[in-house]
Design a protein around this ligand. Structure first.
Ligand SMILES: NC(=O)c1ccc[n+]([C@@H]2O[C@H](COP(=O)([O-])OP(=O)(O)OC[C@H]3O[C@@H](n4cnc5c(N)ncnc54)[C@H](OP(=O)(O)O)[C@@H]3O)[C@@H](O)[C@H]2O)c1
Length: 263
């Protein structure tokens, strides 16, 4: 993998950051440095999304993102998880991708401890229906309790079942559904301030519309899928396009690993 942006000094040769520019496998430590969260104020929070898109804008193939991903994309996916306090994900992605609890990873243990983080991020599933299989390990045996984020009018029997399974139910909306901006605030109020959303597109679109997204880590996969695949963010359009600034672009085997931040 090599860094394409930022390139701080390309002259005179050899450049100061020749190690970055050379095409070689990056260690997990180097990836963690490249994707470190910004410093947060005492009550601050940061929501980043990690998504993969094909060249023609597809966010999935055959209903899953795995066919358009790759080995390095999965390493970065794992790194981003390992840096986060919480992974926020829509229920449909949980159902389609068979989500499991996040695991503790030795390679990131010291970094997490230094940041006051537990061994693994919590998974927070956003759902109105709570139509989830609460007998799955995601709910019954995570390292840290899985959160179910829903509205105040969510079905009481499903809420009771989620709680029985060991999940913590977080209310972030007055109706059956949640308000995306409130999701961020409710999680931050629980000390989960370094936030990562893994989509899917319907949930990400709501974070965008609520102007709650601080950073997009977008993998551009060198593939075409055509067909009716979703884009990475869906739902109603924003009134004025939100402009972000590039923070980092890495390349490996034709995949571009980009990160854009709120200006
Ligand atoms: N390319 C990528 O990086 C990427 C990433 C993630 C997912 N994907 C793909 O995207 C597809 C799934 O994404 P999706 O957009 O269809 O679904 P999604 O965003 O993962 O989940 C949608 C579900 O989330 C819940 N939800 C969303 N907004 C809500 C709100 N305001 N209040 C309460 N609950 C809310 C609802 O759950 P209930 O139905 O339970 O009420 C809704 O059906 C899959 O094919 C997956 O493979 C791709």
């Amino acid at each position: 993998m090599r860094r394409l942006f930022p390139v701080t000094d390309q002259t005179p040769a050899p450049p100061r950051d020749a190690a970055d520019l050379a095409d070689r496998e990056w260690s997990l430590d180097e990836l963690a440095e490249a994707y470190a969260y910004p410093a947060l104020t005492a009550d601050g929070h940061w929501l980043r999304a990690n998504m993969v898109s094909t060249l023609d804008g597809g966010a999935q193939h055959d209903g899953r993102s795995q066919p358009i991903s790759g080995e390095t994309d999965m390493r970065i996916f794992g790194t981003l998880r390992a840096l986060a306090d919480v992974v926020v994900v829509g229920a449909e992605t949980v159902r389609q991708e068979g989500y499991r609890p996040a695991r503790a990873r030795e390679a990131f243990a010291a970094r997490r401890a230094a940041c006051g983080q537990g061994p693994a991020p919590a998974i927070a599933v956003v759902t109105a229906s709570l139509d989830l299989d609460f007998s799955l390990p995601l709910f019954t045996s995570p390292l840290v309790p899985t959160l179910v984020v829903t509205g105040a009018a969510a079905p009481a029997d499903r809420v009771a079942e989620a709680t029985r399974a060991g999940a913590e139910v977080v209310v972030a909306g007055e109706g059956a559904g949640v308000d995306a901006g409130r999701v961020v605030r409710e999680l931050a109020a629980r000390g989960l301030r370094r936030q990562l959303t893994e989509g899917g597109p319907r949930l990400l679109g709501q974070f965008v519309a609520a102007d709650a997204l601080d950073e997009l880590c977008l993998t551009i996969s060198p593939m075409l899928v055509a067909g009716g695949a979703q884009r990475i963010a869906g739902g109603p359009s924003v009134t004025v396009p939100h402009r972000l600034a590039p923070a980092c672009v890495l390349e490996e085997a034709g995949f571009l690993f980009t990160s854009y931040r709120r200006i």
